[in-house]
Write a protein that binds this ligand. Structure first.
Ligand code: FAD
Length: 396
């Protein structure tokens, strides 16, 4: 029997896990898959400390097509509508789908998503090498060679680099990035409220950046729960992270208002700088970038993983056609076709999220007027409203 080509995926974040799980199920007897992850997080328990991901309709449809949704749907919270407002200014908009009764998106807690994808990988025969860091990738003239921290060397027909925004393997290949230094910094926290749980997500633009409340499945207490991403300037983020829970909750309530109900409980806070990192190239001979290593975008419209899901779809098409050739993954020109298709999608998404994140940052009479007018306009004009809603739903 001839040996199956080997796909090596470095990075078991959501992007790497999804590709490994789906590719192993789709190409079970035709491809051998190894996933390298330096530290798999364990524990699939939902708690007030978890992070969450908003999935667009298109993402949900792909996850359903690939057979993942039946397991995830029980842990997903539907976003029925999005309330968009501006702090201390006139103008708000309620975005909902006026045509179909389908939710605008879904929110799944990351540990549950991660655990589900990892289980699928293992069941489908992915070799998971856990607890070892990949330290060097050499693009040899023949097959690329990956070195692990324990000295092991692995070669592969295709290496997918999914090791996150600060990818060291991307640098090994000499691929440079365009980096927009963070002007906004996020505080992420989950909280519980006393109020009506009707599946509304809230996006409130402040003078320092957007504040998002995504509904997440509630706990035994039956109170509505939200995953909160609060974007602000660096000094404000540092101050918010240093506040006592009580003071933080009070300031959060003041900023979002009472539309979410009374905030009564919160989990642990975490903070990130929101830099935008975009790789200048996506492929090299037998190597492809995926996920945050290819594009790290502002989380304002929850687009990062949704974009990675579309990249996974394009990669699966590429792998399918490569496996039908005599020399799978051997021709750089074929990988470049994948790069062209992905880059166009990346550029559109990055532009839209950057415009949205900057809309009200740094108050200015012009953006002030335009921003408020934009919010009033979306509430008045169905076609504009549909456009913004469809971006949120991952359609274009
Ligand atoms: C605050 C916030 C909110 C967000 N909300 C949303 C949302 O609502 N919807 C959405 O679509 N997206 C969202 N995103 C984006 C989304 O989280 C990411 O796009 C997604 O998690 C994919 O990440 P990844 O797998 O590419 O990278 P990562 O999650 O960074 O994973 C990389 C993995 O590689 C491993 N690794 C790194 N280096 C090595 C090495 N040398 N050897 C071995 N392993 C290595 C790491 O341990 C890690 O597990 C959000 C992001 C942020 C910051």
């Amino acid at each position: 029997m001839t040996e199956r080509p080997r796909l090596l995926i470095v990075g078991g974040g959501l992007a790497g896990l999804l590709l490994a799980a789906r590719a192993s199920e789709q190409f079970r007897d035709r491809l051998s898959i190894t996933l390298i992850e330096r530290e798999l997080s364990d524990g699939a328990q939902a708690s007030l400390d978890t992070r969450a991901t908003a999935l667009s309709r298109d993402s949900k449809d792909l996850l359903a097509l690939w057979g993942f949704w039946s397991e995830l749907s029980g842990a997903a919270k539907a976003i029925e509508r999005i309330h968009v407002s501006r702090r201390s200014r006139f103008g708000s908009a309620l975005l909902e789908d006026e045509v179909s009764a389908e939710p605008m998106g879904w929110v799944v807690e990351n540990p549950l998503l991660q655990a589900s994808l990892l289980r699928r990988c293992i069941d489908a025969g992915v070799e998971v090498v856990e607890g070892y860091r990949a330290v060097k990738l050499t693009a040899a003239s023949d097959l690329p060679l990956l070195q692990l921290e324990d000295g092991r060397e692995l070669s592969a027909d295709l290496v997918v680099i999914a090791d996150g925004a600060e990818s060291s393997l991307r640098s090994d290949l000499g691929i440079t990035v365009q980096r927009r230094a963070a002007t906004q910094f996020a505080v992420a926290v989950n909280c519980e409220a006393e109020g009506v749980d009707n599946g509304t997500a809230f996006e409130r633009f402040t003078d320092e950046g957007p504040l998002a409340f995504l509904p997440i499945p509630h706990s035994d207490s039956n109170k509505p729960r939200y995953n909160v991403i609060w974007c602000a300037h660096e000094a404000t983020q540092a101050r918010l992270l240093a506040l006592s829970d009580e003071d933080f909750l009070r300031e959060l309530q003041m900023t979002i208002g009472w539309r979410v109900g009374k905030l009564v409980k919160m989990g642990r806070r975490a903070g990130w700088p929101l830099s935008v990192v975009v790789s200048r190239e996506l492929v090299r001979a037998r190597c492809v970038l995926l996920g945050n290593s290819a594009h790290t975008v502002h989380p304002v419209a929850g687009q990062g993983f949704n974009l990675s899901i579309r990249d996974v779809k394009r990669l699966l098409i590429l792998i399918e056609s490569e496996l039908a050739t005599d020399a799978p993954f051997g021709a750089l020109s074929r990988l470049m076709a994948f790069e062209r298709a992905s880059s166009a999608d990346h550029e559109q998404t990055i532009l839209a999220t950057t415009v949205l994140s900057d809309l009200f940052d740094q108050p200015h009479p012009i953006t002030d007027t335009v921003g408020s007018a934009a919010l009033s306009a979306v509430d008045i004009m169905p076609p504009i409203r549909r456009g913004i809603g469809e971006f949120g739903m991952g359609r274009r």
